[in-house]
Design a protein around this ligand. Structure first.
Ligand SMILES: C[S@@+](CC[C@H](N)C(=O)[O-])C[C@H]1O[C@@H](n2cnc3c(N)ncnc32)[C@H](O)[C@@H]1O
Length: 296
């Protein structure tokens, strides 16, 4: 019998059928991008609220994929449909899944280039080759201010240099672990409504959309060139209800605001306290109330 014990980002496997302890260290895949709204600090809350069993896993707003990697490390997911509307991010997922060694090689050539001048030079480049594009994305993700992803109306990344002392531009072990984890994933770049079309009874769908702003000054919704509006929140609640009728297990995170409470009033609503790490002006750190909604 194998026992799995978490040790930081690694797993210690102990073989109890022997007289001695055989320890193999395996790197657990964790999010490989810094992503606004990432769910790493809420994982224990999410874990507590998971359905007991399910078939396929759908994550239509995958971002950094914190819950996917968590489920994968617990070995409770066999097939995952991972989706995001940000084409650059999805491009990187595909490269990590299918061409991780080429990506590592490319990043190795960028790993000592954490200075302002090179940052702006790399930010300006427009590589057409997918591996180079993915390396540029990861380089900027680790070195830009607050790990933010923000584009202007033309889709051009415009976050300034982050001035970090020692950013992990290349994390080879994690990239290899992520690539392995992604082998059970189908990765798409669609609007969330299309991304859940194939969900069937007893599949599990976790929605983690851009949050409904809690105030007029806190509206960080620009992960893509299109903002996520109130209409999108309403459209999302219709999807939630459709999946509920199909017999799927559905869980959704969002902000604790009247609109969201009202849209999901017939479902279970739990208040969770989340530490805010990234917002648009960088000074909104601290615990805030969020909603975790389930239909089971
Ligand atoms: C709150 S983030 C998800 C964070 C993720 N759960 C994590 O742990 O990092 C929301 C994501 O939704 C994506 N998104 C925005 N509009 C979308 C749409 N219409 N359909 C699908 N994804 C969308 C954004 O690109 C962003 O990555």
């Amino acid at each position: 019998m194998n026992n799995l014990n978490s040790v930081g980002t690694q797993c210690l496997i102990t073989n109890q059928n022997r007289n001695y302890t055989e320890a193999i260290l395996i790197v657990k895949a964790t999010p490989f991008v810094k992503w606004a709204g990432g769910k790493r600090q809420l994982l224990s809350e999410l874990d507590y609220s998971l359905p007991k069993t399910f078939n396929n896993y759908f994550e239509p707003f995958v971002g950094g994929g914190a819950l996917f990697f968590h489920l994968k490390s617990k070995r409770i997911v066999n097939k995952a449909i991972l989706n995001d509307y940000n084409p650059d991010l999805v491009g990187v997922y595909k490269i990590v899944k299918n061409d991780v060694n080429a990506l590592i090689k490319e990043l190795a050539s960028l790993k000592y280039k954490n200075n302002e001048e090179t940052f702006y030079q790399i930010r300006k480049e427009q590589p057409s080759q997918p591996v180079k594009k993915a390396a540029q994305f990861l380089y900027l993700n680790k070195t830009a201010f607050n790990g933010l992803y923000r584009v202007n109306s033309k889709g051009k990344f415009n976050v300034p240099f982050g001035k970090y002392k020692n950013p992990k531009i290349l994390d080879e072990k994690n990239l290899l672990a992520v690539s392995k984890a992604l082998q059970i994933g189908e990765i798409t770049c669609l609007d969330f409504e299309q991304a859940i079309e194939k969900a069937k009874k007893e599949d599990f769908v976790y929605f983690d959309p851009p949050y409904q702003p809690i105030s007029k000054t806190s509206n960080f919704t620009s992960y893509t060139t299109k903002d996520f509006t109130e209409k999108d929140q309403e459209r999302l609640s219709q999807c939630f209800k459709k999946l509920d009728k199909k017999g799927c297990f559905v869980m959704l995170s969002n902000s604790y605001v009247p609109l969201i409470k009202e849209l999901y009033k017939e479902f279970n609503q739990k208040i969770v306290m989340a530490g805010r790490t990234i917002n648009c002006n960088g000074n909104g750190r601290g615990k805030i109330k969020e909603l975790l909604i389930t239909n089971y």
